[in-house]
Design a protein. Sequence first.
Length: 548
Amino acid sequence: MQIKPDEITSILKSRIEGLDVDQADLAEVGTVLSIGDGIARIHGLENCMSFEMLELPNDVTGLALNLESDNVGAVLFGDWEQISEGDTVKRTNRLLEIPVGEELLGRIVDPLGRALDGKGDISTDQTRPAEFKAPGVVQRQPVTEPMLTGLKAIDSMIPIGRGQRELIIGDRQTGKTAIAIDTIINNKDKDLICVYVAIGQRKAVVVQLAQTLEDAGALDNTIIVMAAADEAAPIKFLAPYAACAMAEHFLYNGKAALAVYDDLTKHAYAYRQMSLLLRRPPGREAYPGDVFYLHSRLLERAVKLNDDLGGGSLTALPVIETQAGDVSAYIPTNVISITDGQIYLEPRLFYSGVRPAINVGISVSRVGGNAQIASMRKVAGRLKLELSQYRDLEAFAQFGSDLDRDTQRTLARGERLVRTLNQGERQPMPVGEQVVQIFAATNGYLDRIKVERVPDFLAGVVQRVKSEASDVLEAVGDGDWSDDTQEKLRKVIEEFAQDFGYDLDEEGQPLEADEDVPRRREASSDEGDGDAESSDEQESQEAEPAKA
């Protein structure tokens, strides 16, 4: 039989033309070399990308983290115990993406977007990358819009603005989570979407938190991301990035979002565990060398976008747990240097009945009065200074008989200011009412009543202003602090103070008040709109001649 080249050529051409390339399944596959503690070493994925998703048997997902010359180190999500050596691993050519969208509101989900609350599956076709480059300087605008917490101590002295990163730091059981929950409840009727991520917490605690939000009517506006204490380290590592991606969906659609990371200490623990299992070189306290970058690339995604990009905002409230109040430890100092201020909660204050137990000396907001309405900025200008002076003198309070009159007066005023700023849990307060109460405290109206009666006075004065001058309360809440508004407010408070009556001291005489204070307040209220710190200095200079 003679072979004809032309016939063979034509047959080959027809076969090639009839080949459907689209049906060919081309995938780069590798083999599991070793598996243990949720970490797999994989051979054969030469073109694998960092943070790429990998497919393994039994619906297990891998995330490529270590790209070495002869193998890939990957962390596994799912039931990784069913994976064994020799199993096939397939590349997906996709970086890790998280389901996002309004469908997640009101739900408890895991970091991969799967429902954990038993209310059915979540159907959303929108996703965002877990890792996303933070916007640059040109894409941002200054933080000027208040993000009100409803807590007098914070909104007056440590204001938080939309787009800010404010650290909540303190020992365990000092009220860190309570501040975050009160903030979410305070914004339930506002245009703020909240994402709360629980890292390494007990499931019972998270369920109780969800119930608290539901009872307060704030759950419908909130997404809860849970990486429970019994989860593997990779899930805890992924949780804050997943929560940030869910919040960014609203940010880049021109809305305002709030992300609470509770807490980043356990996040750093999980990353340390993962890194040591991946054989990365340990550094200080056995943390890997990039533990600073771990948190900085997360928190830098908090932003107030410029108007050309929609003007959306993402506010971050990271939580850090300290050991015995040591704010100079490795992870606390890292996060303090990344954030725009910190709220430091002190156990000593907590156990003495100060709630929230904020240490005014260490706590700071680097945005300051820029993120306050004008009325609050004016009223709270001297508050922080007077409280700091009180804390300095408090140690000498037991020697009261030996103290001069000015010191006793400062101590008396400080006690009343502390009682004014005390606030119960789950009782956020509108900003207008906060201004009224702080105005009454800093202008000496509490000086002639006993400390234990301060809460009754404050509650009563708010009710009086609501009933007799609701227009003034509304104007103050909108930031109006004109002379006319001040005069109306002062008149209502003075009438209430006279009706409330003065208390008597041990000798049966009316308690002394600092008569000089209201006059100083009036003088300082005429100053310009400068920030609180400059007005503090100015008022303190004015006060010196008065004392002399």
